[in-house]
Design a protein around this ligand. Structure first.
Ligand code: FES
Length: 202
């Protein structure tokens, strides 16, 4: 009895398989194939462009190279207030001991068209179009629209206190120089990646 039932079941299943419509899997047409290739190429291109943007937007400055933080040699800091500034050419800055006993780091580039003003006797003079700046970078004359910009600087003193330049929102650089107040400087860190722009002169 069981054998008959099994045989009948198999026969019915075979009949159903034969009766069922065949499922056709067609190969993609030439047009579809090209469309897929185009889509994949666009996705790849987009991915590469995104990766490139991310790569270029990441900061890659090392300590001691322009755009990074410089450990300025403390011994080079002018001992006397109002003395000629100490320059760090590879960092493109001058460290200034202001007349009112402050420390200020000036970006060495002229705010007119980017030449390099030089310290001459009592002021910075730009060799290109004659802009002039005082010791704290204040504009005196010439086509430059504002005084020399400054770099954010962190000064550590031997008594353990730490001060940092955080703004340049005055025409007078003396206003944001870090005042020594009789303290001994033990470390000067100049962040050439953080330039603080002064306001334009009237
Ligand atoms: S670039 Fe300095 S005055 Fe023009």
């Amino acid at each position: 009895m069981t054998t008959v039932t099994t045989t009948e079941g198999r026969a019915r299943a075979a009949a159903r398989r034969e009766a069922a419509p065949a499922v056709e899997v067609s190969a993609p047409s030439r047009r579809e194939f090209l469309y897929y290739i185009w889509g994949a190429s666009m996705a790849l291109l987009l991915g590469e462009a995104t990766a490139g943007i991310i790569w270029f937007s990441l900061p890659r400055f090392k300590e001691g190279t322009f755009g990074g933080v410089f450990n300025f040699t403390v011994d080079k800091f002018p001992a006397e207030a109002g003395a000629a500034p100490a320059s760090q050419p590879d960092g493109r800055f001058h460290v200034v001991h202001t007349v009112d006993d402050g420390l200020l780091t000036l970006y060495a580039v002229c705010t007119h068209l980017g030449c390099l003003p030089r310290w001459q006797d009592i002021e910075f003079r730009c060799p290109c179009h004659g802009s002039r700046y005082e010791l704290p970078g204040n504009w005196i004359g010439g086509p430059a629209p504002r005084g020399l910009d400054i770099f954010s600087t962190t000064v550590t003193f031997t008594d353990g206190t730490v001060e940092e330049t955080t703004n340049a929102n005055s025409l007078n650089g003396n206003d944001y120089a870090i005042k020594l107040n009789g303290r001994q400087v033990s470390k000067i860190e100049v962040n050439t990646g953080l330039r603080l722009k002064r306001p334009n002169h009237p």
